[in-house]
Design a protein around this ligand. Structure first.
Ligand SMILES: [Zn+2]
Length: 441
């Protein structure tokens, strides 16, 4: 982890010009980072190779290996495996840059087993949004923040926000408990690990309604009050972020919202003394290709950094690589699909709000059994121009990784036997479809 390298000297966040108490010291996250998921802990090297390629093009993007408690539970893995795989990749490729291991979407109940093996913690407080905070806490918050009431002019936001005391009370009522939760979880981690050995992200993306830029401002003011040195914040954005497929929503609206969120963050850093490198974390659900040009042209307007979280996009390159290999690999990929089509409702249930599968578009197991390598990879690989590309097929396999986990050693042996062809797909996918369009263009 970054703690193991010389450039990761813990630094204090920027000094605020108002009288906020100083935040705890922290381990500093680099400006650009990509969250990569590696469900079966066999692709870290191939993922890191993609970072090497984009570095050669001139963009320093550090990898953050993320895995949530839910994924560990589904796969039957332990957090230490993520650290070991990441460290082995860093050593094998002699990677000179930063790297981190993210305990993704943890809460107080789930963080414990991640503590020794992570230096990045995604503190998930989405479930507390909307739960009422104590009325005294709400009143105290609003009294402490008269600057949030009235007309708030923020550089680069065209129309100033206008708010009333009642409106700020309502927003504080909606978010204060979630922020207090974030404080509690952060302090627990900091106490066990040491504040200067961790990077804190606060995530609110797994909820029903997107947070507007004025809401983000209230959340950041409250996080500063709680003294959480938050370096990345993951709001829920407008539109659908389905697993493994492109964004569905209004691109112009996303662009306005993303722009205004960046403006709010820059303002909150200066006003509330939050860490100077605080940046947005986009929990993409993988493969939001149509957002990449928007993100790329908006970040420089604020000199802002970015954390982009992808996860399942790497897992899908494994069946793609195996299918491409033919023989036993292709047979196994077909077997996974046959299992998936037999359990569509069961596998989709935990992800119901983040997938849109058209069952009529799902081929039968018999059809797929007759496919060639090219037919299977054509349907699965995320090339929307490809005549065989089938987003329902892709989404179903995306949520069916449990079947590969169930195959256990047989699956892992296939990954090892086909390491080269699978790795080539993993690297190419991350580099060509993600890192390059996002950071190079
Ligand atoms: Zn998320």
């Amino acid at each position: 982890m970054a703690g193991e390298r010389i450039s990761a000297i813990p630094v204090r966040p920027a000094i605020a010009y108002h009288s906020a108490p100083a935040l705890p010291s922290m381990l500093t996250l680099e400006k650009f980072s990509i969250g990569v998921g590696d469900r079966f802990a066999h692709q870290a090297k191939a993922q890191l190779r993609a970072c090497q390629l984009v570095a050669r093009d001139g963009a320093e993007v550090v990898p953050v290996w993320n895995k949530s408690n839910r994924e560990h539970t589904f796969v039957g893995s332990e957090p230490e495996s993520v650290l070991l795989a990441a460290r082995a990749a860093v050593q094998a490729l002699d990677w000179p840059g930063g790297w981190h291991v993210d305990a993704d979407h943890i809460r107080l109940e789930t963080v414990e087993r991640f503590l020794p093996h992570s230096d990045f913690f995604t503190i998930d407080v989405a479930d507390s949004i909307g739960q009422p905070a104590a009325p005294e806490a709400v009143t105290a918050f609003v009294d402490r923040h008269p600057e949030l009431i009235g007309t708030i002019s923020i550089p680069q936001i065209a129309a100033p926000f206008t708010t009333t005391r009642a409106e700020i009370e309502r927003l504080a009522g909606k978010f204060l408990l979630a922020v207090q939760d974030a404080g509690k979880i952060y302090r627990h981690i900091a106490e066990k690990k040491g504040a200067d050995r961790l990077i804190a992200e606060v995530s609110m993306d797994e909820t029903d309604t997107p947070q507007t830029p004025p809401e983000l401002l209230v959340i950041l003011a409250a996080l500063a009050d709680e003294q959480v040195p938050v370096q990345t914040i993951a709001p829920k954005f407008t539109g659908r972020f389905n697993k493994g497929v492109d964004y569905v929503g209004d691109l112009a609206q996303f662009e306005r919202e993303f722009h205004d969120d960046l403006a709010v963050i820059a303002h909150a850093i200066a006003r509330y003394g939050l860490p100077a490198n605080l940046k947005l974390s986009v929990h993409s659900g993988s493969d939001k290709f149509s957002l990449y040009p928007i993100i790329r042209r908006t970040l420089p307007k604020f000199g802002a950094g970015l954390h982009l979280k992808t996860a399942g996009t790497t897992w899908l390159e494994e069946p793609i690589g195996l299918a491409e290999a033919g023989g036993e690999g292709l047979a196994f990929a077909k077997e996974i699909y046959a299992g998936a089509i037999g359990h569509v409702d069961e596998f989709c249930a935990p992800y119901a709000s983040v997938i849109d599968i058209d069952k009529a578009k799902l081929p039968t197991a018999e059809e797929v059994n007759g496919w060639t390598s090219a037919q299977f990879t054509g349907a699965l690989r995320h090339d929307q121009q490809h005549p065989l590309f089938n987003s329902s097929f892709r989404q179903l396999l995306h949520v069916s990784f449990k079947l590969a986990a169930k195959a256990g050693q047989r699956y892992l042996d296939l990954l090892v036997a086909n390491e080269e062809i699978v790795g080539k797909n993993v690297t190419e996918n991350l580099y060509v479809r993600h890192l390059k369009p996002l950071f190079i263009g």
